[in-house]
Design a binder for this molecule. Structure first.
Ligand SMILES: Cc1ncc(COP(=O)(O)O)c(C=O)c1O
Length: 385
C-alpha cells in the first residue's frame, strides 16, 4: 500500500527556507554554501557610484537585476539614486512591495498578463517601461487605461548592442509620437543601452563603443526636439562604461548594476592605464566548506554550479594564491592546490558572474569584520517572468 505523505497546508510558503545565518554569528557558524556580502565594501561601492553620477550631473538609476533585493535598492536610493531599473515585471513587483517608489522596467513587456501586472503596479509607484514597437505601445496604452493609471514609456533605440531597440531615427520618432498621443501613456525619452561594451576588456574599446552610442542617441534626440516631442531622459550605461555615458553631455541617466558587488569577469576589464578595473571593490562572495581532501593536491568544497554561476569563468579563491577552482559539478567544487586544507575549513570564492550567482540563492548574509550583521532575502530571485 502506498503511504500518503501530506504536503504543507495550502497557502503555506515553502520558500525561502531558513536563512543560513543569524545576526551576531561568527563566519564559522554560517551554513554553507552562503552568499556573503561584505557590507563595508558594498557601502563604499554605493558611495563611489553616487559620487560619479553627482559629479557628472546625471541621475543614477541602478539596475536591480543584479541584486534583486529591495533592501539593497533602498540603500542605493538613500545614497542618491532616483529609483531603480528592473528587467522583469516580477522584479519590479518585488521592488515596489519592498518600498521602492520609482521603477523603470528597462525592457520590452509584451504578453497581456505581464502588461496587466505592470499597469497595476503603477497604482503604487511611478512606473516606466521601454518599447520598440507600435503595436506594443497600443497594448501598453490599453493596459494603463484598464487600470486608470499612467505609464511613462521610453523608446528603446539600438545603439550597437543588437538586442532590443529600433534602428532608425524615423521609427524612433514615429514611436515617440504614438506614445505621446496615446491615452494613459507619457513619452519619457530614450533607452540606449549598449550591453556588449560593458565587458570589452580594453578601456579604449569601451570608450569608442560608447562614443558611437552617444552619437546615435544624439541624432535621435535632436530629431525629437525638432519635432517638438521633447526628450527628457536618455538612459543607459552599465558598470563597465557608465563613466563615459555620464560625461557624454547627451545621456541624462545611468543604470549600472554590477558595481554593487563586482565579479571575477568584470575585474578582467582594464582601466585607462592598463591596470585591472578596480574602480569598485569585490563585495560579493560565496562562502564554502571543505567537504573532502582525500586526493593529493585537491580539495572539494560544497559550492558547485547550484551555488555559483560559471558562465563567465570559474570563481577565484580568496587569500590562497596557489589555489585554483578548476571544476564545478552540481554540488561540488574542485580546487587544485599544492598542500591541502582541512575538512571543515572555510574558503571564500569570488563568483565569475554576479547576477546569475545571486539568482541561485535565497538569502544574503551581510558581514562586517567576519561577524554576521544582517540577512536579507533575495526577494526577486527566480527565472523572471
Ligand atoms: C538594460 C541594462 N541596463 C543596465 C545593466 C547593468 O549592467 P552591469 O551589471 O554590467 O552594470 C544591464 C545588464 O545586463 C542591462 O541589461
Amino acid at each position: 500500500m502506498q503511504t500518503f505523505i501530506p504536503g504543507p497546508p495550502m497557502g503555506t510558503a515553502t520558500r525561502p527556507p531558513n536563512p543560513p545565518a543569524e545576526a551576531g554569528m561568527s563566519l564559522l557558524e554560517v551554513d554553507t554554501p552562503a552568499l556573503l556580502v561584505d557590507l563595508d565594501a558594498l557601502e563604499r561601492n554605493l558611495a563611489r557610484m553616487a559620487d560619479l553620477a553627482r559629479a557628472a550631473g546625471v541621475a543614477l538609476r541602478p539596475h536591480a537585476k543584479t541584486h534583486k533585493s529591495p533592501a539593497l535598492a533602498r540603500m542605493q536610493i538613500a545614497a542618491g539614486a532616483v529609483g531603480v531599473c528592473c528587467q522583469k515585471v516580477s522584479e519590479a513587483q518585488a521592488m515596489v512591495a519592498g518600498g521602492v517608489r520609482n521603477v523603470l522596467v528597462s525592457n520590452e513587456i509584451v504578453d497581456l498578463r505581464k502588461l496587466d501586472r505592470l499597469a497595476r503596479l503603477a497604482k503604487a509607484a511611478r512606473v516606466s517601461v521601454c518599447s520598440d514597437d507600435i503595436s506594443n505601445v497600443d497594448a501598453l496604452s490599453a493596459a494603463a487605461c484598464a487600470h486608470g493609471v499612467s505609464l511613462r514609456v521610453l523608446v528603446e533605440i539600438d545603439v550597437g548592442a543588437r538586442r532590443c531597440g529600433v534602428a532608425s531615427v524615423e521609427t524612433a520618432v514615429a514611436l515617440a509620437r504614438r506614445i505621446a498621443s496615446s491615452p494613459g501613456l507619457s513619452f519619457g525619452g530614450l533607452q540606449a543601452y549598449r550591453g556588449p561594451a560593458q565587458h570589452q576588456r580594453e578601456y579604449e574599446g569601451r570608450r569608442q563603443a560608447v562614443e558611437e552610442a552617444v552619437g546615435r542617441s544624439r541624432n535621435v534626440r535632436d530629431r525629437l526636439l525638432a519635432e517638438g516631442l521633447g526628450c527628457a531622459t536618455i538612459t543607459g550605461g552599465g558598470t563597465g562604461t557608465c563613466d563615459f555615458e555620464a560625461t557624454s553631455g547627451v545621456y541624462t541617466e545611468i543604470q549600472p548594476g554590477s558595481y554593487v558587488f563586482m565579479d571575477a569577469d568584470y575585474r578582467r576589464n582594464r582601466n585607462a592605464d592598463g591596470r585591472e578595473f578596480d574602480t569598485f571593490e569585490q563585495s560579493l562572495f560565496v562562502l564554502a566548506t571543505v567537504m573532502s581532501n582525500a586526493l593529493d593536491n585537491t580539495v572539494v568544497v560544497d559550492a558547485g554550479m547550484k551555488a555559483l554561476s560559471v558562465d563567465s569563468g570559474m570563481p577565484l579563491v580568496v587569500g590562497i594564491p596557489s589555489a585554483r577552482y578548476v571544476r564545478a559539478s552540481d554540488e561540488h567544487g574542485t580546487l587544485e592546490l599544492p598542500g591541502s586544507l582541512r575538512l571543515g575549513d572555510r574558503v571564500r570564492l569570488v563568483p565569475g558572474h554576479c547576477d546569475p550567482t545571486v539568482n541561485l540563492h535565497d538569502w544574503y548574509v551581510g558581514v562586517r569584520a567576519d561577524r554576521v550583521e544582517t540577512v536579507w532575502p533575495v526577494a526577486a530571485r527566480g527565472p523572471g517572468f
